[in-house]
Design a binder for this molecule. Structure first.
Ligand code: EGV
Length: 379
């Protein structure tokens, strides 16, 4: 049974992703589903030992080690080390919910949010009663910073690198936005869930934020990089003066994450630092090249995100509606993500593009992209 077009239009991206979960050709969600490297496999082989290690050590130490190993691996040396400066959550979406509820509890108001971006971010903000103002990527990245921080907003929320476009906030631009937020007393919130993939987002964001004097929150995610069967954590970091009840609401939702997962994150981060991350970057780049090479001569098709390095790739389908293409792909058991819902303020702008997940085995990706090619060429 194929969901009809109206049903698909009403679905959120995660609901569409869940249709693909049991498929061999699931190129829909942004989770990591590639094969483990040899080094990662040997960490997995040590899991029974890590389990015992986790049980034997104070959880405070394990948490500190995991934060440090993960954040240092991506250049984030100035992350807050005070108690409660980084709250560990089951996932980055849980961190997002805690931020949204904290904003609502502390008086609500409106949030300026990057457009487009993954739709659970606007959904969680709206679900907590916050009003949203879209900030186009071009406005965020270029021109006067004042335009990116509309008067009267409580918070500016930026996903960097962005999902699905891969666009990265430069160090200079982050400093400019942070200065503007400081001047207007706006909380600057970043979702950096995809930063592991792109060295251009490995400058020390926390140093820039600290030096700006603005109030800030950063959401980090260990869940996009490594194929750890969705064993992962999200991190919610904040400035000391953030003025939001983050720790209180975190405590409403959880006592703590699994110590075993903390140990696992530390080990995977150490391996990433010792060369695993560079291997992953080469792997994703090769998969991106495979997609572009297979589709390059399809008439009307373009790749809008030229310099993207994140583990997803958008394709513009020219004049073909993505729901038609999605439906044809699905008949062959192939799943990709229609882009309409990423454009949360104006879905029609995504109606002619698809997002392809790249953190997959090259064989499956190749088969899926060949199917897309056949559909587009009407073979
Ligand atoms: C992506 C799944 C949630 C999210 C997928 C994602 N959705 N948490 N509601 O993890 O890009 O496919 O981020």
């Amino acid at each position: 049974m194929s969901p009809s077009t109206p049903l698909l239009r009403e679905a959120n991206l995660t609901e569409i992703e869940s249709l693909a979960l049991s498929s061999e050709l699931n190129m829909a969600d942004g989770h990591a589903r590639q094969e483990l490297t040899e080094a990662q496999r040997s960490i997995v082989d040590e899991f029974p030992d890590l389990f015992h290690k986790a049980a034997a050590q104070p959880v405070d130490d394990l948490e500190r080690e995991a934060h440090r190993a993960f954040l240092h691996m991506m250049g984030q040396h100035t992350f807050p080390t005070r108690a409660g400066g980084v709250l560990t959550c089951y996932s980055s979406s849980v961190a997002m919910e805690i931020l949204a509820r904290s904003l609502a509890t502390a008086g609500g108001g409106s949030v300026a949010l990057v457009h487009p971006t993954f739709d659970n971010i606007p959904d969680l903000l709206r679900g907590n009663g916050l009003r949203l103002l879209p900030v186009e990527e071009d406005v965020l990245h270029h021109g006067p910073v004042a335009a990116a921080v509309p008067d009267g907003v409580r918070c500016l929320f930026v996903t960097t690198p962005n999902n699905p476009t891969g666009r990265v906030l430069t160090e200079d631009r982050l400093a400019g936005l942070a200065a503007e937020c400081a001047a207007k007393d706006v909380v600057l919130a970043l979702d950096t869930s995809f930063r592991g993939f792109d060295t251009r987002s490995h400058y020390d964001h926390y140093a820039v934020l600290r030096d700006s004097g603005c109030r800030w929150v950063v959401i980090e995610d260990t869940g996009k990089l490594w194929a750890t069967q969705d064993l992962k954590v999200g991190l919610l970091a904040s400035s000391e003066d953030v003025g939001l009840p983050l720790a209180k609401i975190h405590s409403d939702i959880l006592l703590g994450v699994s110590p075993f997962i903390l140990v696992m994150v530390t080990r995977f981060a150490e391996d990433a630092r010792a060369g695993g991350l560079a291997d992953l970057h080469r792997f994703i780049a090769a998969n991106r090249s495979l997609v572009r090479a297979t589709l390059h001569d399809v008439p009307g098709l373009t790749f809008p995100d030229d310099g993207a390095r994140v583990s997803v790739e958008r394709v513009d389908l020219g004049d073909r509606p993505c729901l038609d293409v999605w439906t044809r792909l699905r008949q062959g058991g192939v799943y990709m993500l229609p882009c309409s819902q990423f454009h949360w303020a104006e879905p029609a702008r995504g109606d002619r593009s698809l997002r392809i997940a790249l953190a997959r085995t090259p064989g499956a990706l190749d088969a899926a992209v060949r199917s897309l090619r056949a559909v587009l060429l009407d073979e």
